[in-house]
Structure formats: C-alpha cells, structure tokens
Design a protein around this ligand. Sequence first.
Ligand code: PRT
Ligand code: ZN
Length: 292
Amino acid sequence: MSRLRVAIQKSGRLSERSQEVLKSCGLKFARSKDKLFWYGQDFPVDLLLVRDDDIPRLLLDGVCELGIVGENIAMEVMLERDGRDQLHCLRKLGFGHCRLSIAVPEERGCASISELQGMRIATSYPELTRHLLKEQNVQATIVELSGSVEIAPGLGTADAISDLVSTGTTLRANHLRELDVLFRSEAALYGRIDGISAAKRELLDRLLARLEGVMQAAESKYVMLHAPREALQKITELLPGVEHPSVMPLEGSDRIAVHAVCGEKVFWEHLEALKAAGASAILVLPVEKMLA
Ligand code: PRT
Ligand code: ZN
C-alpha cells in the first residue's frame, strides 16, 4: 500500500506544534526507539524527525513527500538549490511566526536599508538576504554565520545583521535597532508532489482536507447570543466572518437567539460592540472539528 512521509523538526520551536497539527488530523504514530522514524498507525502517513534545516533538502532529494518547516528555511534552501518550482507551499499553519529583519547598532544613524550599500551584513540566511536585498537594489557583502549573528556588529565582523526576530528582545539586549523587515515567515506544510502516484495523490488530498478542517476550526469560534429581533441585521454585521446566522425564537420573549460560526478571530471589541447593539448572554465557544 502507498504511504506518505512527512518530515518535521525533531526538537526546537516548531516540533511540538508540528506534532499537534498532525495529531489533530487524526494521525497516530508508533514511536520507534531511536525516535527518528514514527510509523503511522491508522492512516498511511509516517513521520521523519530531523533538524529543520534538513527538511527542504529531504523533500528536494525525494526522501519524503511532505515537510513542516518555517518559510524562512524553505526559501533559503530553495534559493540555494534552485528548487523553487519543485517545492510547493501547501498550507500555512499559523504558528512559528517571525520576521527576517535587518538590524543595525543603535548608535548608527542609518534611516533605510538603501544606506547599507557595500556594507557587511552578518546572517544565517545568506541566499534569502542576498535575494531580498537585490530586489531593493542593495548590494552588500554577506558574512555567513551559523549562529549568534547578533554579536557580529559588536565584534566588528559586520556592520549590520539580517536575522530572525519575534519579540525583539535579542536585538535590544545586543543594542541593535530593527531597521526594516525583509521577510515575514511562519511554519507551513511543503510538498514535493509533482509526479507522485495517483494513490499517494489521493492520500495527500485526504490529509489536506483534514488539515483545512483543523485550521478552519482553530481559526473559528461558535458564538451564541440573545438579541432584540429588530437588531438582527446590525448583529449579523458585527459578527466577524458571518453572513447567515441561525436565528431561533425565544419562548415567552420578543428577543431571539442567534447562533453563528465566526470564521475570523473574535476579540473583546467585537463582544463590546455586540452588547452595545443590544445583545446579551453572549457565549464564545471553541470549534473542535469542521468539514466543509
Ligand atoms: O536544531 P534545529 O536546526 O532543528 O533547530 P534550530 O535551532 O535551527 O531552529 P529553532 O528551533 O530555533 O527555530 C525553528 C524555526 O522557528 C525557525 O526556522 C523559524 O521559522 C521559527 N522561529 C520563530 C524562530 C523564531 N521565531 C526566533 N525568534 N527561529 C529563531 N528565532 C531566534 C532568532 O534567530 C533570534 O536569535 O530567536 C532570537 C530572536 O528572538 P526574539 O524573541 O528575542 O526576537
Ligand atoms: Zn536549524
């Protein structure tokens, strides 16, 4: 029988969420002793646990069909291996958010990246940095480092850095100032799927449909509330991502009950606006599974 292989990060920022998302799709794995290969039990999809940098390479080398990795790494390897038409981003996964930014020493009076012409930029993402700077007509000397990029300006080995940022704490701790964002990244499911067999394609389509359901459920909330009948149109407009709510009469009252699946994030501001429009007894519930 055909099986698919998915590579995920063994340990690190993306590993737990990558496992969770696959488990939410109903995949269960028998963990092997060496922990590098997990056999899929109920669904013919197996896991390969590796370093994140290896994931796009394993896809390009045909070792596995699918992989969960940050867009930053996928782009870097695709540029390095000129494999941009071979890897497809099948679904962004909504975690592992970060940005590849150019940062300069705080005291440097530099206002835009155009001023970095001819300067030395330290980075672990040489291809992506070079490519994105070139798009903005900046020619810089790339100093490739495998880690601790943020200390390069202090050591005098670079004038600026191009590194991943999430909270900005690392930059501040190293007296660096974020000058510009080159690239925004999150974890995504990538596939090398051109020319796979019809049986594998069918498996992939089932997995993607489940994943879509999981992602939509994660982004959705089920909202229930009571409202005056005459406020229905206003209430519907205020529910994020809702067009046709279910409306039910309330026994012995001229108010109605409104139920709806909100396809977009529901914030406190939305609830406050609903209340101001006459809604009461507002409940927001998580959605566990969804199949369109
Ligand atoms: O061992 P392996 O090679 O698998 O893991 P790794 O150490 O190379 O990667 P890991 O686990 O650190 O990161 C995996 C992926 O998480 C990255 O490729 C990104 O897609 C994503 N990610 C999200 C981040 C960050 N946020 C992040 N903040 N990766 C790294 N950082 C680092 C950054 O390099 C910098 O040193 O965190 C520091 C900055 O963080 P702040 O919060 O101080 O701004
Ligand atoms: Zn890595």
